[in-house]
Design a protein around this ligand. Sequence first.
Ligand code: FRU
Length: 443
Amino acid sequence: MKNDWRQKLHLEPVKGWLNDPNGLSFFNGLYHVYFQYCPDNAYGKGNKCWGHFQSPDLIKWEFTGTVLWPDTDEDRSGVYSGCAFVKDDEAYLFYTGNVKHDGNYDYINEGREANQILVTTKDGINMSPKDVLLVNYDYPKYCTCHVRDPKVWEENGKYKMVLGARKTDDTGCALIYTADDLHGQWLFEKELYVPDFGYMWECPDIFEINGKKYLSISPQGLEHGEFEHQNIYSSGCFDEKMSEFIEWDYGFDFYAPQTFETPNGRRLLIGWMGIGDIPYTNPTAERGWQHCLTLPREIDTDSYGRLIQRPAKAVNELRGQRADFSAGTKIQTQLPFELFALVDGEFKIKMDFLEMRYEKGVFTLEFTDDKVGCGRKKRNVKLSQCVDIRIIADTSSMEIYLNGGQRVMSTRFYPEDTQAVFETEHLSGIIYDLKPMEVLVRE
Ligand code: FRU
């Protein structure tokens, strides 16, 4: 069947451009996924708004359209990224109001306002008036005008906010603010910083899993390597001591993730399955839309205390027919599908247009057809041992989970057909057909 590249399992706009997930939350019986949205331009040109999806179960979704517009002086050049803090069944949405002044400015040290703004909503759609909480004047003197992406949580009876920032010496950091009241005065508490770690930290997130604290950031300006920081911008997580940084995803298309807690205490992460300023392309843009979000991923720690990511359990409900496959035979299936296999040593999976292999302690994803990869070539991840692989392939993307989610790789791809043919070496396992999610579009 001809592939129209419309995703079946991943949230994407019908038209326009999507980037970061924003305001991830659960309140009044629904999950809410907001996102950076340019409804009228598939290349992201134009001022950013917040689009909104909601769902009772993470698989039946409703798109309710644009819910936050750049319509005040303090956010007139864009309603940038932010979060949701839920209290008494009401969501407090914090975001950055971006303002660019007309003139001959560098927009780093001058010409830009970064206003942290709060709105509240009971139904996720209708918003209160905007309350400006912090302006440029409130940030430490060593910060440039790039201070944004608030994430708020509660700790020991106080509210805390983390912001991503770029300092005047061109290093990135995170700023922590504290308040007694969400609408009240937010006071600067401290800076989190690691030497030589990029010029800007975007979309910070601080959370706890199994009693340990983590700081997730999307740093820009890290040195690229063969096995790490392979993309233009990175995204990963520091442990509490800020001594180790593990990338969330080693594929071509992943950035700016955010986490939130579900009603039963699980922590889910959703990322943007895309990155800004990439050297490869997404041909859906010519058809009027670009980018999607990743699957919701449950994050946890394994028995070694390592962070792992797995598709949220709800995704299993999309499984249809199951078939076994074994090494050396041609397997024909349809996108979308899921593959799971236990691994014993080195292996290879060859599709018409890409190859995945685990060899000499490295897992590699390599496009063999440039038309399908649209400029994507090769990504690697080191793994001293590989015990399993789980792939969720949608009509134009793939998420690969290795070792129970210890490492993940995501990529977009654009095959002409929904038929997928592959052959494996030294790998047997199972395949499921996957049923599409329901996405109702109300606008
Ligand atoms: C990350 C980011 C954020 C910003 C938003 C603007 O992709 O640059 O820092 O708030 O996108 O769309």
